[in-house]
Design a protein around this ligand. Structure first.
Ligand code: ASP
Length: 585
């Protein structure tokens, strides 16, 4: 037996016991004739004591230990005189009588402590060492716990976990596929699933009724903090359900996760907002509702007073930052620079302060009488001390998105986006289609299998852009943690959908013939949802990037810098796959 206890469990109750521990040397401190070593494993850290007076040889040996050596020690647990209240084992130490060096370590490239001296790149290259750090390990523990709770909750609700294949053909979720060349079928390719969408629908045709799977999905997209080329979904599908059933079931799952993982009781039903209102009041289909600060449209009040920027605008809208009238000129200039950044693209920012006497002082006083400015104040029901911020633009959607960025920034500056406060929301009634100016065609906003609202089916021919979908997203603190829809289960309607999306009959048949065929054999009404597990964990753990809850993530260029992937392959492998690489001149 290598150890009797872990490095995280011994306390005063264990005093005088003889124990054996195994783990890594976190650090060593030498003090006249005494050497203290912190030994670490997954469970914690325990202080070891080597005393020159009682055993000079052993003390000598302990002085040879370097950081990250793997050791085994036996000794007696004693109460510490100098206690450390910050760790569970801080009241005891082990007076070591035997030391066995199990393995040496070269000096690690960064210190393996909570506050490390290693930058991002080096920690990713040596991710296996980074994973020894408490914070990173804690994130993975939370992830583990979440998957256990998901499985147990869904199992109790009669969901069955079924694995679906990874080598498939293209599943359209709006991103690029990763493709895999086939050796046995020269010139042909598999695609890695962007989601198990079609398979889970086929499982409903098979009668599985309630399916889920914690599953890797692959999308070849440009990367951001909340995106990885491979990520994990909690993918679910149910038969004989309406939208309401799905919302209730998965609200239940989310509440269960909050309770079991964060100890938070979310008793209220999740708020619901239509996509239309989300865009109107927040300029985003994933609004952060931890704080209010809804948009107010100001065309009626602000247009037509001779201020050229507003007079030519198609949209004028603003937000009211409570108590922010004290913002200095410098802070306001910084906000103006913020909205003018190319990523946001606003032309400028108009502000109006409500002063102590109720008068409004704005950056455009030249154009507006106090009477109009009072109307502006009323529109927000602003009080003395409040700051009104206004944006305008020629494109309604674009300007709303800019105002959304401003709202989030101001929310952060005012401390309204606390990581430990959670605001859960369903966004419902998404449009079925999204028009692409560039391609002059409709795309499915969610995916082509999403059902239109029955009352909007008639609009499919006359005004497809106005058709609403039975689609919903779960949004928590401005993060889209999940999304899904009620599906089309009628092959006629599905064919119509493909047509509207510009598929020829042959292409629809070629890509989705299997699904259309399956629908001919008694497809039940069905619908589902998929959560992004990585996003959910990072939200629960308060992380800035989903990378921090993935054991071996890719960097922003989609590379795994530890194993150096992607990489070249052997010419023989290429030959076998009938592939020739054309290098750009
Ligand atoms: N397959 C969808 C997605 O990956 C989720 C769903 O509709 O269930 O977003």
């Amino acid at each position: 037996m290598y150890r009797t206890n872990t490095c995280g469990e011994l306390q005063l109750a264990n005093v005088d016991q003889t124990v054996t521990l195994a783990g890594w040397v976190q650090k060593t401190r030498k003090m006249s004739g005494m050497t203290f070593v912190d030994i670490r494993d997954r469970y914690g850290v325990t202080q070891l004591v080597f005393n020159q007076e009682t055993d000079a040889d052993l003390w000598e040996k302990s002085n040879k230990l370097g950081r990250e050596y793997v050791i085994q020690v036996t000794g007696v647990v004693k109460e510490r005189s100098n206690k450390n209240p910050n760790i569970p084992t801080g009241e005891i130490e082990i007076i070591v009588s035997q030391l066995n060096i199990l393995n040496a370590s070269v000096t690690p490239p960064f210190t393996i402590e909570d506050e490390t001296d290693g930058g991002d790149d080096i920690r990713m290259k040596y991710r296996y060492l980074d994973l020894r750090r408490n914070s990173v390990r804690a994130n993975l523990e939370m992830r583990h716990k979440m998957t256990i709770e998901v499985r147990s909750y869904l199992d109790k609700q009669d969901f069955m976990e079924v694995e679906t294949p990874v080598l498939i053909s293209s599943t359209p979720e709006g991103a690029r596929d990763f493709i895999v060349p086939s050796r046995l079928s020269p010139g042909q390719f598999y695609a890695l699933p962007q989601s198990p969408q079609t398979f889970k629908q086929l499982l409903m045709v098979s009668g599985f009724d309630r399916y889920f799977q914690i599953v890797k999905c692959f999308r070849d997209e440009d990367l951001r903090a909340d995106r990885q080329p491979e990520f994990t979904q909690i993918d679910c599908e149910m038969s004989f359900v309406e939208q309401e059933d799905i919302l209730n079931t998965f609200e239940g799952l989310s509440k269960h996760l909050f309770k079991t993982i964060r100890g938070i009781d979310i008793t209220e039903p999740f708020e619901r907002i239509t996509w239309h209102d989300a865009m109107k009041y927040y300029g985003s289909d994933k609004p952060d509702t931890r704080f209010d600060m809804k948009f107010v449209e100001l065309m009626d009040i602000m247009k037509g007073h001779g201020f050229p920027v507003f007079d030519s605008a198609a949209y004028i809208g603003g937000i009211c930052a409570e108590g922010a009238a004290s913002y200095t000129r410098k802070q306001l200039d910084a906000l103006t620079d913020f909205v003018k950044r190319p990523q946001i693209g606003a032309k400028g920012l108009v502000y109006a302060r409500v002063e102590a006497d109720g008068n409004v002082k704005s950056s455009v006083d030249k154009f507006y009488s106090q009477e109009v400015l009072q109307q502006l104040k009323e529109a927000f029901q602003a009080k003395p001390g409040d700051l009104i911020l206004v944006l305008s633009g020629e494109d309604i959607m674009k300007t709303r998105k800019q105002l959304n960025e401003l709202r989030l920034e101001v929310g952060s500056q005012l401390g309204l986006r606390d990581k430990n406060t959670f605001s859960c929301l369903w966004v419902v009634d998404f449009p079925l289609f999204e028009w692409s100016e560039e391609d002059q065609r409709f795309y499915a906003m969610h995916h082509p299998f999403t059902a239109p609202k029955p009352e909007d089916i008639a609009l499919l021919d006359s005004d497809p852009g106005a058709v609403r979908a039975n689609a919903y997203d779960m949004v928590i603190n401005g993060v889209e943690v999940g999304g899904g829809s009620i599906r089309i289960h009628d092959s006629g309607l599905q064919n119509k959908m493909f047509q509207l999306l510009g598929f020829t009959e042959e292409r629809a048949q070629e890509q989705f013939g299997f699904l259309m065929d399956a629908f001919k054999y008694g497809a039940p009404p069905h619908g589902g949802i998929a959560y992004g597990l990585d996003r959910m964990v990072s939200l629960f753990a308060g992380l800035d990037s989903i990378r921090d809850c993935i054991a071996f993530p890719k960097n922003n260029s989609g590379r795994d810098v530890m194993i150096d992937a992607p990489s070249n392959v052997d010419p023989d492998q290429l030959n076998e796959l009938h592939l020739v690489i054309h290098t750009e001149e």
